[in-house]
Design a protein around this ligand. Sequence first.
Ligand code: CQM
Ligand code: MG
Length: 366
Amino acid sequence: MSRSAKDFFRPLAVGAPLPVREVPARPSRAIHFFDPSNAKMAGKVPGMVGTVDVLLGNLEDAVKADNKVAAREGLVRIGQETEGLGGPDGRSQLWTRVNALDSPWALDDLTTLVPAIGHKLDVVMVPKVEGAEDIHYVDRLLAQLEAKAGLDRPILVHAILETARGVADIEEICAASPRMQGLSLGPADLAADRRMKTTRVGGGHPGYLVRQDPVDGSPEAIGAARATYQQDLWHYTIARMVDACAMHGLSPYYGPFGDIADTVACEDQFRNAFLLGCVGTWTLHPKQVDIARRVFSPSVEDVAHARRVVAAMGDGTGAVMLDGKMEDDASLKQCLVMVDLADQLGAIDPDLKAQYDAIPAAGASA
Ligand SMILES: CC(C)(COP(=O)(O)OP(=O)(O)OC[C@H]1O[C@@H](n2cnc3c(N)ncnc32)[C@H](O)[C@@H]1OP(=O)(O)O)[C@@H](O)C(=O)NCCC(=O)NCCSC(=O)C[C@](C)(O)C(=O)O
Ligand SMILES: [Mg+2]
């Protein structure tokens, strides 16, 4: 059974900070992964502060077992020494992905990081979450550690959807704690757990397609060349995740796109996720950062259009015609999503602000 409504926002340990009642919606278009045990990668982090919304010290998969302790210690050092990283005033947020809860490392990850850099750490990403019990465990442990460390701000929790059960339990996971900040798709582990027949980290597959009908039922027509249309393997899961997040006031994220060289398909996948409602994505390589920032920021054209609709709709009720299209209360609400996001991003991204500010005032002739 879940906690009663009256207890939901009570701290889970004496002296722990009060849970947040609303998850702060901080821009997080790119969650940039780095391995803190990799000196070259870690060395790039100070220079990336302020250029990427989130820097995430990854301790889980993609970090060699022999480097787990070095990665944890490296992240502590980076958190302690890097100017402008993490905390409420950080120019980039500081997140971590800890090891899976059943691994030999997860407990030490949390008990080391919270006392050492808990005041800087904004979000802890938990991999392979199966159900609410995983979030409850992390929730209580974080509260105890926060109380012991004297933190005045709760660390938020993000769950990765990487198992069939995690997807089936998505509502319970989202509702498990006021710390829940968001969800990401974990396509590689999820594919393995579902026994999908893919061998990739995210993205489409040329075999997952539909084919144009034959012109008739003859063997010649069936054997003739016909157009095929590749489908998106991840549509169902992303849509499921977006709905669950919207319902619970959390943020949904695409996750990783492993074909680093294919920047074009990467941009397509990111844009599909943006259009479906995701607020951001992971970036695994520096060259994916600009793609994420571009895709998850509304275009100048979309913001200009949204502002025109807002201006044309007056008190927000009724229907008007704009460029031959009907606009009404519901299209206005969509436009307000764009305008609000543009305002939020403009507040932290001067380049974007300059582009949005240069849009002629709605109502002025184009
Ligand atoms: C793909 C790799 C191996 C290519 O690494 P590379 O060194 O071969 O690439 P490069 O093109 O040669 O790198 C150029 C420069 O950029 C640096 N660099 C390279 N990457 C980064 C980075 N992320 N951050 C900062 N700097 C980076 C790199 O050190 C190098 O520096 P240099 O010019 O001084 O020589 C490397 O980019 C990497 O390890 N990225 C992170 C991978 C990662 O975190 N994977 C785990 C997340 S996905 C996942 O876990 C799945 C999931 C959710 O669990 C599930 O679906 O189940
Ligand atoms: Mg994984």
